[in-house]
Ligand binder design. Structure first.
Ligand code: NAP
Length: 299
């Protein structure tokens, strides 16, 4: 068996085209979706991510603003900036680029963002929405994985899904979203004993550990769907995921590459969340109800 490669760039392009049309509809109603990004310090990777986000916004027709602060800025300055953005009707999404410098209380900063503009989905209100079901901003990376699975008509209901990695931004929300979609979910982490005894049971395996070559062919069931979220830079400069791509692709039915799999979807789903936020705000302020397909309901 040779796996079908799920092309994240192609799916991302398709989603962006779909949302460009929705943005045009919003603009015609006098509402241009706006995203504000707060960047603290000069972490080179963060700068690259912020640039990618601004570029994706421009491509889909959104307005975006980047607020840059030095690494030694006082947390209160950031909190005051977020408060201003919360009250700004031209802004529908606010995100604080992580990581923040060590002197920040990250949770305090994230809880300052209005849960109605929390397009990263990290506010406790939105995390709670993932647990109990409801309208939320799903965190962008797991949301992108969900969209990739949908693009191949891969249903997760009743499937055994194993998520490797239990972080707040990828593994945990991924597991919750899959559970809401009626998968049977196992979540593994660094202290899991004998990882292979779990991964081998997976009909769908989602890996987000940040460890190159963590998943070898003998750990994967024949015909499994393998989604590699990991992004690792090897000493030789090559970018790889967490899965032995060449080995596992001979055993899986579907596999995502790195780069070109989940990565392009993460940024795209940020745009999606921002547009959906603008649609919801327009509904609230003008009583213009979006179509049912325009809201994210995890129930
Ligand atoms: P993280 O916060 O470091 O979390 C890593 C998770 O993996 C933790 O839960 C950790 O377990 C677990 N883990 C580490 N080593 C493991 C092992 N040997 N076996 C099983 N589990 C193990 O990282 P993250 O932010 O979730 O990111 C994970 C990876 O995805 C990274 O490579 C990151 O660059 C990538 N990423 C990609 C995208 C994208 O758009 N493609 C987006 C976000 C992240 P403990 O909880 O026990 O420590």
């Amino acid at each position: 068996m040779v796996a079908k490669i799920i092309d994240g760039n192609a799916v991302a392009k398709q989603v962006r085209a779909e949302y460009r049309t929705r943005v045009e509809g919003l603009v015609a109603l006098g509402c241009k979706p706006g995203l504000a990004v707060i960047l603290v310090g000069d972490n080179p990777a963060s700068k690259v991510y912020v640039d990618k986000k601004a570029k994706a916004c421009a491509e889909v027709g959104l307005h975006s603003e980047v607020y840059r602060f030095p690494a030694d800025v006082h947390q209160d300055v950031i909190i005051a900036e977020i408060a201003k953005l919360n009250a700004d009707p031209s802004i529908h999404g606010i995100l604080v680029q992580l990581p923040l410098p060590p002197h920040f209380q990250i949770r305090q900063v994230l809880e300052t963002i209005s849960h109605e503009k929390d397009v990263d989905g990290f506010h406790l209100y939105n995390v709670g929405g993932l647990v109990v079901g409801g309208i939320v901003f799903p965190p962008c990376t797991p949301y992108g994985v969900q969209r990739l699975l949908e693009s191949e008509n891969i249903s997760v209901a009743g499937q055994n899904v194993v998520v490797v990695g239990a972080s707040n931004i990828v593994g945990k929300p991924m597991a919750l979203m899959l559970m809401q979609s009626e998968a049977t979910v196992v979540i593994c982490h660094a202290k899991t004993r004998d990882l292979a005894q779990f991964t081998i049971l997976a009909d769908i395996l989602v890996v987000a550990a940040g460890v190159p070559n963590l998943i070898l062919p003998q750990m994967v069931k024949t015909g499994a769907v393998v989604i590699d979220v990991g992004i690792n830079r090897l000493p030789n400069g090559r970018l790889v995921g967490d899965v032995d791509f060449e080995g596992v692709k001979k055993k899986a039915s579907y596999i995502t590459p790195v780069p070109g799999g989940v990565g392009p979807m993460t940024v795209t789903m940020l745009v999606v969340n921002t547009v959906q936020s603008a649609e919801r705000m327009l509904e609230r302020t003008k009583g213009l109800a979006p179509q049912p397909s325009q809201v994210t309901v995890l129930a």
